[in-house]
Design a protein around this ligand. Structure first.
Ligand code: 1GP
Length: 250
C-alpha cells in the first residue's frame, strides 16, 4: 500500500496529484531517464510506465531501472497486457477495462498477470479503466465500447460499478493524443457519484484544461504526449503541475 498511501497523501496535501506517463517504446531507456528527471524537477508526483504499444521485456525493464536511477519518484506500471510487467517497478495500476467488448481486457489478461505481480512483489492498485470517446489507440486496442462524450450518466454508472467491485481508483481515459479530453462535466458527474480516487487523462496539454478537470473533482491528472517533445518540456510540465496544485481541494 506504500505507493497508494503516498498518492493519497499528495492528494490530501495538495488537492490533486500529477503523474507523467512515459511509453518505453517511444525512446531509449537513457532518454526516458532524462524525461523522468526533468518531470521530477518540474514537480510531477510519479512516473507511469506503459502505453497501448508493445512496452515489454528488456526495453521495459531497462526503462524502469533508468528512471529509478535518475529520480526518487515512484514508478507505476500502466500495462496494456500481462506482458507490460517489470519486476523493478514499485506499483502497478491493476486495471480492468470495464467497457471492453473483449473479456481479455476485463479479466483474462489480469488473471495471467496476477501471479507475476505476486511473484515480483509489486504493489497492485485496483483500478477501473474507462475509455471515453475518442479513445484513440487505447479504445481500438482494448476493443472498447466507447463511452460517448455526452453520456455522463453512463460514465458515472461504470465508475460506481468499479467502486462496488472493490476498485479504489477509476481512470477516465480519452486516449493518448486525443483532440478533446474527457469533458469536465463528466469528471464532475463521476466525482458526485463515487468516492474513488479519480484519475483523468488523454489529450490534456494545457494548464487551463488540467485545472478545469481538477476543479471538477479529478484527483490525479495524467499527461503523456506533452513530455515526448524535448522543447520546453520541463517548463510545460511545471506549468501544468502548478495549475493542478493551485486548483486542488475545490
Ligand atoms: C494516455 O491518458 C494518457 O493513457 C495520457 O494521454 O498522451 O494525451 O497526455 P496524453
Amino acid at each position: 500500500m506504500k505507493v497508494e498511501r503516498y498518492l493519497r497523501r499528495v492528494i490530501s496535501k495538495d488537492g490533486a496529484a500529477h503523474l507523467t506517463l512515459i511509453d518505453p517504446d517511444k525512446q531509449d531507456p537513457g532518454e526516458a531517464g532524462v524525461i523522468a528527471s526533468q518531470a521530477s524537477d518540474a514537480g510531477t508526483d510519479g512516473i507511469m510506465i506503459g502505453g497501448s504499444t508493445r512496452a515489454e521485456g528488456e526495453t521495459l525493464d531497462q526503462t524502469v531501472l533508468q528512471i529509478k536511477k535518475e529520480t526518487k519518484l515512484p514508478v507505476i506500471l500502466f500495462p496494456a497486457s500481462e506482458r507490460g510487467i517489470s519486476r523493478y517497478a514499485d506499483a502497478i495500476f491493476f486495471m480492468s477495462l470495464l467497457n471492453s467488448r473483449d473479456p481479455y481486457f476485463i479479466s483474462r489478461a489480469q488473471s495471467l498477470g496476477a501471479p507475476i505481480v505476486k511473484k515480483f512483489g509489486i504493489e497492485p492498485i485496483p483500478m477501473a479503466y474507462l475509455v471515453v470517446e475518442p479513445g484513440c489507440a487505447a479504445g481500438r486496442i482494448g476493443k472498447a465500447e466507447l463511452i460517448p462524450r455526452d453520456d455522463f450518466d453512463l460514465a458515472a454508472a461504470y465508475a460506481l460499478c468499479g467502486q462496488y467491485l472493490g476498485m479504489r481508483f477509476v481512470y477516465l481515459e480519452a486516449g493518448s493524443g486525443a483532440e478533446n479530453p474527457v469533458p469536465a462535466g463528466m469528471v464532475r458527474k463521476v466525482r458526485e457519484t463515487t468516492d474513488v480516487v479519480l484519475v483523468v487523462g488523454g489529450g490534456i496539454r494545457t494548464p487551463k484544461v488540467a485545472a478545469e478537470r481538477v476543479r471538477a473533482g479529478g484527483d490525479i491528472i495524467v499527461t503523456g504526449t506533452i513530455v515526448e517533445d524535448s522543447e520546453g518540456r520541463r517548463e510545460k510540465i511545471a506549468e501544468i503541475v502548478e495549475a493542478i496544485k493551485s486548483s486542488g481541494g475545490a
